[in-house]
Design a protein around this ligand. Sequence first.
Ligand SMILES: CC(C)(COP(=O)(O)OP(=O)(O)OC[C@H]1O[C@@H](n2cnc3c(N)ncnc32)[C@H](O)[C@@H]1OP(=O)(O)O)[C@@H](O)C(=O)NCCC(=O)NCCS
Length: 311
Amino acid sequence: MKIGISHIGIYVPEKIITNDDLSKMVDTNDEWIFSRTGIKQRHIARKDETTTDMAIASVKDLITKSNINIQDVDFIICSTVTNEQQFPSVAALVQKELKIPNIPCFDVGPACAGFVYLLAIAESFIKSGLAKKVLCICSEKFSDLVDWTDRNTCILFGDASTAFIVEENPETCTILNTIIGGDGTYSDSLQTIKQESGEHFVQMEGTTVFKSAVRIMDEQVRTVCEKSNKSLEEVDLLIPHQANARIMTSVADRLGIKAYMNVQNYGNTSSATIPLALFDAMKEGVITKGDLVVSPALGGGFTWGATLLQF
Ligand SMILES: CC(C)(COP(=O)(O)OP(=O)(O)OC[C@H]1O[C@@H](n2cnc3c(N)ncnc32)[C@H](O)[C@@H]1OP(=O)(O)O)[C@@H](O)C(=O)NCCC(=O)NCCS
């Protein structure tokens, strides 16, 4: 049974905040941000634009760019940690907008590892017969979780949404293997903290996250390749979770695999980074037919995982 991804739709908000813009808001500068993170700019949603609005926009892009009849979808799963309501889920609100009645839908919140978790869930549902065509969405409005007066965190994140179909006989790429894992003992290292104002802001131990991300993403790539009987030499491209260029370069150097990055344009958009990077890499012709692409991720929890994709 060949299961994989058919098409990717994307949405990024129009408004861009550059490093120079940030230097007018907090004590920082372009040189510091770019040299430490590789980020040049990030897209930020309007105040009144919700995670669901962005999710719907990415699904509409998916519909426009593919031959998919969205009414054939029989399951919707959204990865997000920025739902505007506790419930209903973003997935349910997307279902309402698309007018597809009587199909199951729910959200998951593995933060930055959301894309690989979604693949693992969707593939298992298809293998078990629970679903045939799963609409997967990664939609994150991190600008709501950022304290715009905290230079340690506000430089890192951006907003975006992506949507894709997981199904049998996929049109874009086949999933050779996906592995997922996690360790809640690291929960204090990357988390949101409730403020007196009632808002929740991201807080992290930057060095712990950095070192863990390099070590764990390296391990995940080796494990998913081994499980698929593929050597690291056979892998054409590494498309990791796009959090920080230095993390990605360290992982790529350890593995000896060329990395693709677009973090400079979007910052860290949490679960949306990998599908957004897959989309851009295909558009730019960096991924071509027959390529073997590996995508590891690590997020708050910690959660982690990796997927090996055959294009
Ligand atoms: C956040 C991160 C970029 C910081 O880089 P770093 O090289 O480790 O920098 P440090 O934390 O050592 O900070 C060095 C100094 O720069 C300062 N600094 C922090 N943010 C700054 C900014 N935006 N502009 C200027 N200076 C800044 C710090 O206050 C510190 O000053 P001090 O030495 O006087 O205390 C890095 O730790 C990182 O990328 N971590 C992983 C983050 C991540 O990817 N999270 C999401 C994962 S899903």
